[in-house]
Design a protein around this ligand. Structure first.
Ligand code: ADP
Length: 592
């Protein structure tokens, strides 16, 4: 930039100087010629217009000499007033009728004196005192009558004086031009220093900003336009830096969001090329992505790219991948120049399952309540139909069934209420410190009779010392009773049940092992679900609701403990409950 601007400056200066010199030179040279011509004619007209001795002598003829020669002599004497120098300016005396040269201050030119317009006008009796600026001579022809004869005094100037003056002026102007050019080159260097250097600095600064380096602040060295430009540039660079920082910040936020969000996002450009994908998308779609992946092969089965791009809002589709339900939303983004399609992948498996569970639950509750209700109704109808006809023991039996079924309904409703309290968080734990071993022993004592009724042998294995635990004793006992009575229920008579308890780090545990019917492998994961029973008939027969283990697990979770099945090879089932000694840390508890 420095070079071109410098050259431009030199060129401008040269042009200025040259044009100035041309104008001044032309004007001066023209003025000199004009002045010379004016001077010539005013001198001639002055000399011939006055009625002085010169004119009188010129007109008066004498006897001694021939008029032509006398006139030449006279004019020679008066050469001074006519400015005749005999070199560049000469006079001639011409015959007034023929124009023939009779003599002069110089010998007659070869071929005679040329008849100029001035001579022609003098031949007609009119003085010829006119000359063109462009002609290379100037002349004057004055008709004079002497002794009755017409003569012409002709003065011819070859303008050599004016020409040589102009020549000198020309060489002067050329010298001035050369000097001017040298000065202009020097000046342009000076100007380039004061103008080009700050511009160069500005240009360097702009290049650095373009490279993304905003750290350099340009020094403002003058208050002129360049200084103002530098100031504006500094302000602009600062503004740009903060805008870019803000944009960067936003992008980082979005990147983080994009990286860690649970929903998958895949973006495509207008050529259907994949331009962005987050880890969640790869996880949900169960595949890895490469730059070569294109829209059509990934989502073309849902909507064509054109459909997705033209969508008003978004298009919704769904897909199942590895047993998970995915909801896909396709939306176009930034339609202007750049743009494309964004695909949002949302895993709705949990919602679907929750929805299914809710439906199953409602169906189960209705079913569970309808069975005892049908029983109650049919026995009550039979009683009603046969009032007075039925034997009293039959009536008592029927009433016994009605009471049993009502108890069962009440039992189910009670369990449901308990679960609902847990679900809504309304059930508070009454935490107290109590000896864990005592609770296990109480459970053992409580079921002993029932176990004996089924001819089971029950073994209790506990270390001598078990610490106190902080928990809701009543609810913990409920869980213990539930799993031990399940062992009694689901073990054919004469079975063997082992209740053991112990301490593991900061937790206490109780395990119940039986050699009963056990649970088939495919059902093991589901027995903590509400109303789930492996053998419905058997469960109902023994008064089960299918809610016991769900409630037990809820209670354990509330205590930050756990309830789980233990793998074993022998027939039967082993189930274990664990409690933290210190009790739950987070659940708001009602402490007595
Ligand atoms: P229920 O009231 O039916 O006993 P639970 O929630 O206590 O309900 O138990 C759920 C299901 O788990 C039972 O219906 C039964 O099929 C199975 N189950 C529980 N404990 C045992 C066990 N010790 N042996 C075999 N099956 C069991």
């Amino acid at each position: 930039m420095r070079k071109s601007l410098h050259i431009k400056l030199v060129l401008i200066m040269v042009l200025l100087i040259v044009s100035l010199m041309v104008v001044v030179g032309a004007f001066l040279m023209n003025s000199v010629t004009g002045y010379y011509i004016d001077e010539f004619y005013s001198q001639i007209i002055g000399a011939f217009s006055q009625d002085n001795d010169f004119i009188r002598d010129l007109r008066t003829a004498t006897e001694e000499k021939e008029d032509g020669a006398a006139m030449v002599e006279l004019l020679d004497a008066y050469a001074g007033i006519l400015g005749v120098d005999r070199r560049n300016r000469n006079f001639y005396v011409l015959d007034g009728t023929t124009g023939r040269c009779l003599g002069g201050s110089a010998p007659e030119p070869e071929g005679g004196v040329a008849v100029t317009p001035n001579i022609s006008s003098a031949l007609l009796g009119q003085p010829g005192v006119d000359s063109s600026v462009t002609a290379d001579y100037m002349d004057a022809a004055i008709p004079i009558t002497r002794g009755g004869q017409p003569y012409i005094v002709y003065i011819l100037d070859n303008r050599e004086t004016a020409r040589s003056l102009n020549g000198e002026m020309f060489s002067l102007i050329m010298e001035a031009l050369v000097l001017g050019l040298i000065i202009s080159v020097l000046l342009s260097f000076l100007l380039s220093k004061t103008m080009v250097t700050p511009l160069q600095r500005l240009s360097d600064g702009i290049e650095e900003v373009a490279r993304g380096d905003f750290s350099r602040k340009l020094e403002v060295t003058s208050g002129d336009e360049i200084g103002q430009l530098t100031e504006s540039f500094n302000a602009m660079a600062q503004q740009l830096e903060s805008t870019i920082a803000a944009v960067e910040n936003e992008r980082n936020k979005l990147d983080t969001l994009f990286l860690h969000m649970a929903d998958g996002v895949v973006a495509f450009d207008r050529e259907q090329r994949m331009i962005h994908v987050n880890p969640a998308a790869a996880r949900l779609l169960g595949r890895t992505f490469t730059q070569e992946d294109r829209y059509e092969e990934l989502f073309g089965d849902l909507f064509t790219f054109q459909q997705a791009e033209a969508a008003d809002g978004h298009l919704a589709g769904s897909r199942t991948v590895d047993g998970r339900y995915l909801e896909l939303l396709l939306a176009p983004f930034a339609r202007a120049n750049q743009g494309g399609v964004l695909v949002l992948i949302h895993d709705v498996t949990e919602q679907r399952e929750a929805e299914q569970m809710r439906k199953d639950f409602v169906a189960n509750v209705s079913h569970e309540l309808r069975t005892p209700l049908t029983n109650i109704r049919s026995y009550a109808e039979t009683l009603d139909d046969g009032v007075g006809d039925l034997p009293p023991e039959m009536e008592r039996k029927f009433l016994g069934v009605i009471l049993n079924e009502s108890d069962r309904m009440a039992h189910i409703l009670q369990d449901l209420l308990t679960l609902s309290r847990f679900d809504s968080g309304r059930s508070e734990l009454r935490l107290t410190w109590f000896p864990f071993a005592k609770a296990v022993d109480d459970t053992y004592q409580a079921i002993l009779m029932d176990a004996q009724n089924h001819s089971h042998t029950v073994e209790l294995a506990m270390p001598d010392f078990l610490p106190q635990v902080r928990a809701d004793r009543e609810r913990v006992m409920q869980v213990m009773m539930n799993i031990v009575s399940n062992a009694i229920k689901y073990t054919p008579d004469g079975g063997h049940i082992v209740i053991s308890a112990g301490l593991a780090k900061d937790r206490v545990w109780m395990e119940v092992d039986d050699n009963g019917i056990g649970i088939p492998q495919e059902d093991r994961d589901r027995i903590f679900e509400r109303f789930y029973r492996v053998d419905k008939a058997r469960s109902r027969q023994s008064g089960g609701t299918g809610l016991g283990l769900s409630i037990a697990q809820e209670i354990m979770l509330r205590h930050e403990g756990s309830l789980y099945l233990v793998d074993k090879d022998e027939p039967g089932l082993t189930i274990c409950m664990e409690l933290p000694i210190q009790g739950p840390r987070e659940v708001p508890a009602h402490v007595e």
